[in-house]
Design a protein around this ligand. Structure first.
Ligand code: HEC
Length: 145
């Protein structure tokens, strides 16, 4: 009887501990999203946080694995297409500056205005181009995925 009780108590504690772990995880995730939005990061900061791990800090990518976003014929052909890449990810075979890429880019979680900022950072600062995009472009892509 005694052991049974303590096993029960033990189980209750384990379950409670697991539940509380899950709760804290959820909470901290929510807080992360909140603080991110409140931080009002610049396009460059957003790029460094969400894209540079693959496309590299200098946006030149890794040949054959992660396509370049700087001086990329594919990106500059239509920067609006990048909105779709970011919102939905991309895994079809593409050719960038004559090199074939058959990789997987996961969708990146960002607010609409963050998508605008990060794409325009790439357009204006990285590529010195004037093909900037705006919030309506992001809304259009969301309505026509
Ligand atoms: C986990 C790695 C990874 C991350 C993070 C990532 N990408 Fe990509 N990206 C890729 C891969 C791989 C491809 C090529 C996909 C394919 O082969 O179809 C790609 C393709 C692209 C393309 C089209 C190809 C080109 O060179 O123009 C754009 C634009 C792009 N990414 C922008 C971004 C932006 C902006 C971010 C951050 C908001 C980002 N990516 C985050 C891996 C990543």
């Amino acid at each position: 009887m005694r052991t049974l009780l303590s096993i029960n108590t033990f189980l209750v504690i384990v379950v409670l501990a697991l539940l509380s772990c899950q709760n804290t995880e959820d909470l901290s995730l929510k807080q992360l999203h909140k603080s991110n939005a409140a931080l009002n990061l610049s396009g460059k900061e957003l790029y460094e946080m969400h894209c540079a791990a693959c496309h590299q800090n200098n946006a030149k990518g890794v040949k054959g694995v992660f396509p370049p976003l700087k001086d990329s014929d594919y990106f500059l052909e239509d920067p609006k297409r990048a909105i779709h890449n970011i919102l939905y990810g991309q895994s079809e075979q593409i050719e960038v500056n004559g090199v074939v890429y058959q990789g997987i880019m996961p969708a990146v979680k960002m607010s609409d205005s963050e998508v605008v900022k990060v794409v325009n950072y790439l357009v204006e600062d990285v590529n010195k181009s004037n093909q900037i995009i705006n919030l309506n472009d992001v809304k259009w892509v969301k309505q026509n995925p």
